[in-house]
Write a protein that binds this ligand. Structure first.
Ligand code: TZP
Ligand code: MG
Length: 220
């Protein structure tokens, strides 16, 4: 399983490389049920983001989610519960900056799990580069109602900058307030992936919304 190595010069752990530079349409969902609804529609990257539960209360759903994702060959990133992701061999883990101090980077690297990391500023991107993540999420790009955050939206121009600076080295994911029209605008920057919560799971017709987004991103 393990392609993680320790850099002989710095001693730093090198995260597992994400083999696909373009992670595509990337829904972020809060339940196993949403995975069951979206995966059959053709989603190839998805994040299970369950907040503030005891690990014992989420383990069963995480196991089922990992099994489902493997069956459909989907890249499933588990948010926060990195020990469970490692234990049950998820495709990947997604962590915020606040998680990086506590998470055991060596175990994550040795597990073979990919590691995506959220960033919201130049400083956070710089810090994240030091752990050589499997992908870097950039947010919020537009204003979001799904998470309370102190940062002002970065906008499309910042995404263009990040794509030019880092797009060849790391898969990049834009997140925050992204709907169909904004995804169309972001596509022009050359970014490989757009992540969204409300544009899929808070719409009236999630099937249509998902299909339209997948079609928009088909040639990326
Ligand atoms: N991180 C940056 S913005 C965001 C997260 C988790 C929320 C994205 O939700 P939405 O509904 O797509 O704006
Ligand atoms: Mg977190």
């Amino acid at each position: 399983c393990c392609d993680a190595v320790s850099d002989s010069n710095s001693g730093n752990i090198i995260c597992n490389k994400e083999p696909n530079n373009k992670l595509g349409i990337y829904p972020v969902v809060d339940s196993l049920e949403w995975l069951q609804k979206l995966i059959p529609l053709g989603i190839k990257t998805i994040q299970l983001r369950i907040k503030d539960q005891h690990p014992d209360d989420v383990e069963e759903d995480i196991i089922a989610a990992i099994k489902l994702a493997k069956k459909y060959n989907v890249r499933l990133f588990i948010n926060d519960y990195w020990q469970l992701a490692v234990k049950h061999q998820a495709y990947g883990i997604h962590l915020g900056q606040e998680d990086l101090d506590d998470a055991d980077m060596a175990s994550i690297a040795q597990s073979g799990c990919r590691l995506g990391v959220s960033t919201h500023s130049y400083t956070e991107v710089a810090r994240t580069l030091a752990i050589n993540p499997s992908y870097i999420a950039l947010g919020p790009i537009y204003e979001t109602t799904s998470k309370i955050m102190p940062w002002i939206p970065q906008g499309v121009t910042a995404v263009e900058k990040w794509v030019n600076l880092l797009g060849k080295q790391f898969p990049l994911v834009a997140i925050g307030g992204i709907n169909y029209q904004r995804a169309a605008a972001l596509k022009q920057t050359g970014i490989g992936s757009v992540a969204m919560i409300s544009a899929i799971i808070k719409t009236e017709n999630y099937e249509l919304a998902t299909e339209e987004l997948l079609e928009l991103w088909e040639d990326v």
